[in-house]
Design a protein around this ligand. Sequence first.
Ligand SMILES: [Zn+2]
Ligand SMILES: [Zn+2]
Length: 99
Amino acid sequence: MASERLKKKAMSRVSWAVASGKLVRPTVCEICGQDGWLPKRTNCTDPWTGEPSPDVYSKDPFIIAHHSDYYKPLDVMWLCRKCHCKMHDVLKAAAEHVF
Ligand SMILES: [Zn+2]
Ligand SMILES: [Zn+2]
C-alpha cells in the first residue's frame, strides 16, 4: 500500500530528525500538556504497532509524533498516547487519515 510506505517514510524521517537533533521531541503533549506517562491502560489500538496498547507501555513516557500530512514528514504534532488515540478516533472516519 502506497500510504503504508508513505507512513513508514514519514516516521523514519521523524526518527532521523530527532536523532540528529533537527527536531526536538517535547516531553509534554501539545494538547493536554501531559508528560507522556500514561498511568492506565488505554483501550485503543497503538497506532505505531497496530496492537492494543499493552500495560507495559504505561511505564514508558512517550510523546508520539502525529502527522497531519505525510507529505510534510517533519510537520508533526506531539501528542501523548491518550490524545493520539483520541485524535485517531476523531479522524477514523476520514479516508485521508495519516499517522
Ligand atoms: Zn495529551
Ligand atoms: Zn496519528
